[in-house]
Structures are given as C-alpha cells and as structure tokens.
Design a protein around this ligand. Structure first.
Ligand SMILES: Nc1ncnc2c1ncn2[C@@H]1O[C@H](COP(=O)(O)OP(=O)(O)OP(=O)(O)O)[C@@H](O)[C@H]1O
Ligand SMILES: [Mg+2]
Length: 597
C-alpha cells in the first residue's frame, strides 16, 4: 500500500511530507495514535479524526499479506499489556433479525465507536473478530496508566454503545480486561498471525472474563484491579470458574470512576509509611506557611520526577498543620482533561459543594450556592460559576450578556474573588497538583492567582513533573523546591519501614537500595514485591512495568542502547557497550547523550 496515495485519497495530501520525513510506511500506519498524529503536525482535530477513522478502517480490513512466519519474531518484546476484549450482546439474534446490509451498518457503527474511544486513550485496536474487538493498552506505546486507560475505555464503550442509534436497534456490550506480561511479536500487517503474536494467558483471560460478564458490564482481573487502586468503584464478583484456567480467578465488575479526587490517595493512600528524610523541605514549607498566615502570601513550586514524593510531601505538610485553624483547597489536574477548560477548578467546586451522583440540577445549584455563600459572592459571580458547572441559575442569578472572551475573564475574576473571600475568613493552604497536565484557561487563572496571593494569607503550592517549566520562577514571593532522590540512608530507612517487623538480609536491602536509585516509589514497589514473593530483587514489580516502559518508549530509537546497556549490567565501560551495540561511534554518542541528558 502506498501511504502517499492513501493520504491523497483522504484529501489530506498536505501531510505527505511529514509522513515521509518520519518514515511512516504501511507497516507503521495502522498503529498510529492521536498523539503520534499530533507529533506529525496534524493540528486540526477534524483531520486527526479523519485519519484515525481511516486507520481504523485499515485494521478492519486487515488484509492480505500472507503470514510470513507465525512464530514469534526475533524482535519480539516482553511487555506488560492490559488487554481489553469487548463484544456485542445478542449479535446472533441480531443477525437473524436484520438484513445483512443493515447488520453491516450496525457493526460498522459499533466498531467506529470502539476505535474512537480506544484511539482517544492511545490504545491499539489489534483485531476485529466479527463483533468482538481485541484491544491493547501498553503497545505499541506504554503509558504509566495503561490499566486505568483500559478501564476508562471499557466504561466509555458500554456507554457509547448504549447510545448508538442505528437501524433502531438497542445495543449492549460486555467487556473483559486483564493485565499481564506477554510477548508481542510484530503485530503489524501479519494477517492471521496477529492472534499468535501476543503470547501469554492475558488475552485469553480477558476474553473469558468478557464472556462471563453481564450485558453492559466491565469485568477486570486481579492484575488490573491492583494497578487501578481506588480509582474506580468496583463490585467484587468473587472467584469465577474460567474455562481453560485450572483455579477459579478473582474478578471485579467496575461500576464507575470513584469520587476520590486525588490520584495519590487513590493509588498510594491506603497504607502510608512514616515520611523518610525531607526535613529541610518540610522546614521550608513550614516557614513559608508561617509567613503566609501572617498575610504575606507565598507560592512554592514543587518539582520532581514521577514517584519522587511531591504529593507525599504535601500530605506530610497537611498533617503538620492539622491542629491549626485554616482552610485547605485542593485542585487536581488530570491527564484525561487537559482539553477541558478550568477542569481542576470546576471539579473542586463540585467536590467542595458536596455534589452527589444522583443530585438533580436544582439540588446541585442549592449546594453550590451554599458553598459559594461562605465568601459572600456577587450575584453575577454565582451566575457565572453555576454556568460553568452547567447548572441553570438564571432565575435567581441572571447571567450577564457577555461575549466569550469577556465571560471567561469575568469567570476567572469570580474564582479569584472566591479565594479572596475565603482568605478573609481563615488562612488558606491551596494545593494545585500535577500542573504538567494543566489546561490553558487554568494556566491563565493560576497566573492571576499567583499575582493576587501575594497580598493574602494564602500559601499556594503548585506541584509538577520536570517536563513542565513553571513560568513563575523568579517572581516575588515564589520559591522553588526541587525534590531530589533519597540518599542511601533514607533508602535503607524506607525499606526497613516497609518490611515492618520482618528483618530483610543486609544484602537484599543493599540490592533494593541500589537498583531503585533513590526514587521512593521504586523503593516501595520493589520492597513490596520482594516481601510478597520472598525472592531476591531481580524482577521488576508489575506495578512499575507501565511507568518504566513509558519512560523507555518515550526514548524512541535510543531504547536499543538502553536495552543493550541493561543487558550488560548496571555498570559497564563505554568500550564494552560500543563493541556489543555494533553502532557507529557517532550514533552511539548521540544516543548516549540523549539517555543521560
Ligand atoms: N520521603 C518519603 N518517605 C516515605 N515515603 C515516600 C517519601 N516520598 C515518597 N514516598 C512514597 O513514594 C510513593 C510515590 O510518592 P508520590 O506519589 O508522592 O510521588 P509524586 O512525586 O507525587 O509522583 P507523581 O508525579 O506520579 O504524582 C508514595 O507511595 C509515597 O508515599
Ligand atoms: Mg503526585
């Protein structure tokens, strides 16, 4: 297949140079994701959608190339995948009832819905099998939250299928999801060999759970359940007899996203050990708080890599302030809502007002009014904020007639006035988590807030990963706190705490301390896996697979050097790596520079 011709056929030939420059050929094309398209410079959402639909259609018609070698290829990778299997309910009955043309239309609409949802979450539709669809999360690109992505896709899919309106048939689906280590061969263009290209029991388990699920249910296996923590409300189905698996397997039905707003609490909150080290950092935060309380508002930007302890240090500060009279406001950015204007603020208002799932709009409005009233807002502010939350407030609070730009500005002012109003009542500690996922409008609001906070009894803490460059560094009253990796003695301390009463041999403690490089999350997970399995810390705990793989995948072609190095050991000489990698000197140098840079 000629990719240039394919683009021309879609009327999108303007992207031909970018596709060519990035070596997008027929083998890579079917696995392109929305993110890849962004990287390729496809800025318009409409164009991305058209390309993704056309790519999905390619998958549906998986042609043709006869399988060269159905066995796993030499470049196969061992990966942790979250596999999702979904199927339409009652399709045989449907096939009997509809004429073939109509049936095809129904199935196409359903496949389209699946491809859309999966594409938006950067998953990979591996195969359409009649009305069944096999989807991978974690391949070809891993994300730290692949399990969560799969579950979100499952829930979204049930919802979307229920709302499909084709040929007046009511559709229902069921979804099974499992996570595990698999060996993936070359999945692209292998025709019938695709099924064999993922080896391991995970796809089988996902398919079996799907078959056992009730209509409109998403059922997950234990591996997935562990990784999603408390991010979702689940119903325990107990242990199910599954064909082909000797012992009953525990399974859960996912009901809905949970109301726990903080990812830290949902994923790590269950059993916190004592805080290790970080005395100076806590000191700094306490000093800034003391100033803020006295009316000299302060901003602290906390930056550090994933798992280094940003959320943890904020939690530790909150604990220290527990006995002091103050207000705490918490805002969370989400990787799933980066395009949704003011998401963290809207979410916070809903939480603070105490919205319940089944509340009517009128009930929500009343709760919102009560919440906002604490800061004695103007009528217009209530109207604007209610409007943001899609609540009909106009009878009691008329919405001013404004253009979109003016309306946005006024809404931002209303939110700032809320903060000012609350700060008049009590000193406020405001935490804004994960700013690397911030949406542009929230960015504007944060700019304003950072200005305004200086003259208020407010401590504003903003946390972010290093890919986000806080633009406020150097401004008055703004301090930067970069969290570094734990030193040797703190690592040991953390390992010993996690082990509780169990004495781990010194040698094992030393190995864990070494291999985790002082990232607390890694220390925790590796120690836990050693304690659970009782073996020496050689393997990588399943909980870390996705985030480590995501880091590796981000490296692109440089990954081969990282993998070669890893195969040699933790330490090796340049000469040895050069000899083994067989790369030309300049390529190796460039790759190494990217890896350590
Ligand atoms: N100083 C510490 N002492 C003990 N445990 C820690 C410490 N720092 C972090 N942890 C633990 O390590 C894990 C990861 O920390 P945390 O979630 O705060 O990282 P993070 O920097 O917020 O990561 P992310 O960017 O993914 O949000 C948590 O379980 C946390 O309790
Ligand atoms: Mg965090």
């Amino acid at each position: 297949m000629d990719v240039a011709e394919w683009l021309r056929g879609l009327g999108l030939e303007q992207y031909e140079p970018a596709f060519r420059a990035n070596e997008i050929d027929e083998r890579v094309l079917p696995s392109l994701t929305a993110e890849d398209l962004k990287d390729l410079g496809v800025i318009l959402v409409g164009h991305r959608r058209r390309l993704l639909d056309a790519i999905a259609a390619l998958g549906a018609a998986v042609p043709a190339t006869p399988s060269r070698d159905p066995t796993v290829r030499a470049d196969a990778q061992r990966r942790q995948l979250t596999v999702m299997f979904c199927d339409l309910v009652g399709s045989t009955e449907l096939a009997g009832r509809l004429d073939p043309e109509d049936l095809r239309e129904v199935i196409a609409a359903y496949h389209g819905a699946v491809a859309d949802l999966v594409g938006n979450l950067d998953g990979f539709v591996a195969k359409y099998m009649g009305d069944g669809v096999l989807v991978y999360f974690g391949y070809p690109r891993a994300h730290e939250d692949d399990a969560e992505r799969a579950v979100r896709a499952g829930l979204g899919l049930i919802d979307a299928v229920g709302r499909l309106d084709v040929k007046s048939v009511e559709l229902q689906a069921r979804v099974g999801i499992a996570t595990g280590l698999v060996v993936v061969g070359d999945l692209i263009g292998e025709g019938s060999a695709q099924e064999q290209s993922v080896v391991g029991e995970t796809p089988n388990l996902a398919a079996r759970l799907q078959a056992l699920a009730e209509p409109d249910a998403v059922v997950i296996a234990a591996g997935t359940r562990r990784l999603v923590g408390d991010l979702f409300e689940v119903h325990d189905l107990g242990a199910l007899e599954v064909k082909g698996i000797a012992v009953p397997v525990p399974a859960w039905q996912v009901l809905r996203p949970s109301t726990v707003a903080s990812r830290f609490e949902a994923l790590r909150g269950s059993a916190l050990t004592k805080l290790v080290g970080r005395d100076e950092e806590i000191d700094l935060l306490l000093r800034r708080w003391a100033r803020a309380k006295a009316g000299d508002g302060q901003v602290v930007l906390i930056s550090g890599e994933p798992g280094i302890g940003k959320s943890r240090i904020v939690a530790a500060l909150a604990e220290r302030l527990h006995a002091e009279a103050h207000l705490r406001l918490r805002y969370f950015c989400s990787p799933y809502h980066q395009d949704s204007a003011l998401y963290p603020f809207i979410d916070q208002l809903g939480r603070a007002s105490g919205f319940a799932r089944d509340d009517s709009a009128a009930a929500k409005l009343e709760k919102l009014e009560a919440q906002l009233a604490r800061a004695a807002p103007q009528d217009e502010d209530v109207a604007l904020l209610a409007d943001r939350l899609s609540l009909p407030a106009w009878e009691r609070h008329p919405l001013p007639n404004l253009g979109p730009q003016r309306k946005k500005e006024r809404t931002l002012e209303a939110l700032i006035r809320q903060l000012e109003g609350l700060a008049r009542l009590q000193p406020v500690m405001t935490v804004f988590e994960d700013a690397h996922w911030i949406d542009p409008t929230s960015r504007e609001l944060l700019d304003l807030a950072i200005e305004r906070v200086r003259s208020l009894p407010v401590l504003l803490i903003v946390s972010s990963r290093p890919e986000f460059q806080p633009p406020w560094i150097g401004q008055p009253k703004v301090s930067m706190l970069t969290l570094n990796r734990l030193d040797r003695s703190d690592r040991t301390d953390l390992i010993e705490q996690l082990a509780g009463g169990k004495a781990l041999p010194d040698e094992i403690i030393a190995q864990i301390a070494d291999r985790t490089d002082g990232v607390p999350l890694f220390v925790e997970e590796l120690t836990k896996s050693v304690l659970e399995s009782g073996v020496t810390p050689l393997g990588i705990p399943t909980s870390l697979h996705d985030s480590l793989m995501a880091r590796l995948d981000r490296l692109g072609s440089v990954r081969r050097v990282a993998q070669t190095g890893a195969a040699i050991g933790r330490e090796f000489s340049y000469e040895l790596l050069h000899a083994v990698s067989r790369l030309p000197e300049d390529e190796l140098q460039t790759d190494l520079a990217r890896l350590v840079g």
